[in-house]
Design a protein around this ligand. Structure first.
Ligand SMILES: Nc1ncnc2c1ncn2[C@@H]1O[C@H](COP(=O)(O)OP(=O)(O)OP(=O)(O)O)[C@@H](O)[C@H]1O
Length: 662
């Protein structure tokens, strides 16, 4: 473990030991990634017990709140070591590290209650002064951010803090690293360099995917956006515009460079670092006078379900903010003062945005993104669909107490911000995929309905309908797409393809709804026929029972099976006749009744004929009865009761006969 010379090295105390043990426990209890990091475990266990170990171990303390899927803005704090100037000036440490991601900030002045003025803050991770550049890559969460960018998310890692607190050191390394050809093996390389190496390692693991990388690098200097890859001699500023399509701000005409290899990305970093504005003041000899934003756009293409190629557009921004300055302390004047004012102004707007976004009540209100170029470009990272890592850089010196406290407060606020990360996909391809899924589902549903209709219906009408539904010539089929070619298709061809899928989709939906209504209609008809059958059977039974009981029915049953037809059953008989006469009743067939099946008269017509015949018989019976009654009354044999009977019979006839004929 490399210990920087500037570290204010203290002999380990009991508190340090306790803190270290807590830290180790915490690592192994909460952080699954670290739990699996065998090399780190080995390192800790190898080191533990030695005199200098506890200090070193305590340089990394994982937060007491392990990050959850809701933590879209992860906040870590990096405390730089006291610099030579501060050590010479006898500046003491204002910060202490109790472990568990906590930082204690103790002011010189007494607190309100007269006791020591101690403030305690908790973050996801606190990097203490001995943390190395590699520690930041391993434990800040930036690796996860890179993986998410590969998956298609929009990610941001930004450094925030006062001037001279170590932001540029954390992101790109110490000054001068990019003068001349940088050595890739240099331990001092910052997070961006290390992230690029890690990014390429991960890309090589995704053998089934194809990636296209592009990079851009800009700076915001005095509220002007300058392209660091193509600044031009005049350093002409670029416009920041609002895109209705992506619902976000973008820089118009920003130069993007295709990066096929790691070296291409590193070249972008070097070029930008050489072109950015650096100045000097009392607190930093190499002070960044602008905010910089290096963006790597990662387009991935992968074969998805249904054979379609899906591309996702992830990106990762590395943002190095210029540090806030107390101009009295930095003794800035002239251009440096103007720069400081612009830096402070934009950081103040960023502060407002962070404060509003972290406040539940203000979050849904107006957020002043438009008040500075910086907040316009960070809007998506802070409140949109991105995942963000904030590295708050602080100085441990007493002389910077106020600024350090301020940064820690900002960092705590930022931790409360919630974003809604989404994967960014090409909308046309997403549409094609969803339409393909729809068409497949509709095809299946369609086949299912057709099968159901075929099973249920044997009538001619249904058969005709089913046959017509088999005729798919009226459904326009979208052409089979050569999947290999999909990525190469022109926008217009893709649009045409989408249109064809939509037409097929619509036709299938239409056919489906036709099939549904046909099925409904058939079910309804079936129900009506069943009900009619039941009604007729009931009527038949009524008639049967009336005929059986009636003394007026002539000797012969109206309907019986003919001896010639085997299996024919008697529909009714007249038991009275049988018992009275003792003779076997003469059987008679109803004309056409039993021959129906022989001559193939349609069943419905046969039924109608039967009904009428039965009705006629009953009408005859009723007329006979009426005649007999009239004869009896005309022969003076009638009584009151007979009259009444007659009336009843008349009534019965009046109601009974027409009903039978319906
Ligand atoms: N963790 C660290 N270890 C060793 N040296 C550091 C560390 N952090 C910062 N420094 C040194 O402190 C000095 C100031 O750091 P740096 O320039 O990164 O600050 P800054 O926050 O980017 O400042 P500004 O906002 O003015 O650009 C540099 O010389 C840098 O090398």
């Amino acid at each position: 473990m490399e210990v920087d010379e500037t570290i204010d090295f203290q002999p380990p105390t009991l508190k340090d030991a306790f803190s270290a043990i807590q830290t180790i426990q915490h690592f192994f209890t909460f952080n699954e990634d670290l739990k699996e990091d065998k090399a780190y475990k080995r390192y800790i266990w190898k080191k533990i017990g030695s005199a200098d170990t506890l200090e070193i171990v305590a340089t990394r303390s994982a937060g007491s709140e392990p990050s959850t899927p809701d933590d879209n803005v992860n906040v870590v704090v990096r405390v730089r070591p006291l610099c030579e100037k501060e050590k010479k000036g006898g500046h003491g440490m204002v910060l202490q590290f109790p472990g568990n991601g906590q930082i204690m900030c103790e002011g010189k002045a007494m607190g309100n209650n007269g006791g020591p003025n101690i403030k305690v803050f908790t973050y996801n991770v606190v990097f203490e002064p001995g943390a190395t550049q590699d520690d930041i890559l391993q434990y800040s969460g930036v690796k996860r951010l890179i993986e998410m960018a590969i998956e298609g998310f929009s990610c941001t890692a930004f450094c925030y803090g006062q001037t001279g607190s170590g932001k540029t050191h954390t992101l790109t390394g110490p000054p001068g690293l990019f003068h001349g050809k940088p050595n890739p093996k240099d331990e001092r390389h910052g997070l961006i360099f290390r992230s690029f190496v890690y990014l390429f390692q991960r890309l090589q693991e995704h053998k089934d995917m194809h990636f296209i990388l592009k990079a851009s690098f800009l700076e915001i200097y005095n509220e002007k956006v300058i392209d660091l890859l193509n600044p031009g001699s005049a350093r002409k500023p670029l416009a920041v515009r609002w895109s209705k399509k992506s619902r976000g701000f973008y820089v118009e005409n920003l130069f993007t460079v295709d990066c096929e290899e790691l070296d291409d990305l590193l070249a972008v970093l070097e070029e930008g670092m050489r072109n950015r504005v650096v100045g000097s003041h009392q607190m930093n000899d190499h002070s960044s006078r602008s905010h910089t934003m290096l963006t790597v756009h990662i387009t991935s293409e992968q074969q998805a379900e249904g054979g379609v190629f899906i591309s996702k557009q992830g990106k990762i921004h590395f943002v190095d903010l210029a540090g806030s300055e107390m101009t009295k302390k930095t003794m800035s004047e002239g251009t440096t003062l103007e720069e400081a004012n612009n830096i402070n102004k934009s950081l103040m707007v960023l502060g407002y945005c962070i404060a509003s976004l972290s406040d539940n009540k203000k979050r849904s209100g107006h957020i002043p993104y438009r008040d500075s170029q910086l907040t316009k470009l960070l809007a998506d990272s802070l409140a949109g669909n991105g995942v963000t890592l904030m590295i708050a850089c602080v100085s441990p010196a007493y002389s910077n107490y106020a600024e350090t406290l301020n940064t820690l407060r900002y960092a705590s606020r930022a931790k409360r911000i919630r974003t809604k990360p989404i994967i960014i996909m090409d909308p046309r391809e997403a549409l094609i995929l969803s339409l393909k899924r729809d068409v497949n589902a509709l095809h299946i549903e369609n086949e299912h309905l057709k099968a159901a209709l075929n099973l249920q219906n044997e009538t001619l009408a249904l058969r005709a309908l089913t046959d017509s539904s088999h005729d798919r010539t009226h459904i326009p089929e979208a052409p089979k797409v050569d999947l290999e070619r999909l990525a190469e298709l022109e926008a217009s061809e893709l649009a045409e393809l989408v249109k064809l899928y939509m037409v097929e989709n619509k036709a299938l939906r239409h056919e489906n709804s036709d099939l549904f209504s046909t099925r409904e209609m058939i079910l309804h008809d079936h129900e009506v026929v069943c009900r009619e059958n039941e009604r007729l059977l009931k009527k038949l039974e009524d008639v049967n029972s009336v005929c059986v009981r009636s003394p007026l029915i002539s000797s012969q049953p109206a309907i019986s099976s003919t001896p010639s037809l085997e299996g024919g059953s008697e529909i009714w008989t007249n038991p009275n006749q049988e018992s009275n006469g003792g003779q076997k009743p003469k059987t008679e067939t109803l004309d056409g009744r039993l021959s129906t099946n022989i001559t193939n008269i349609p069943e419905s017509i046969q039924k109608e004929m039967d009904k009428r015949r039965i009705g006629e018989n009953i009408l005859n019976m009723a007329n006979n009865f009426h005649r007999q009654n009239t004869d009896r009354s005309s022969s003076g044999d009638s009584t009151k009761n007979d009259k009444l009977n007659g009336r009843i019979m008349e009534d019965k006839r009046a109601t009974f006969v027409p009903d039978m004929l319906t």
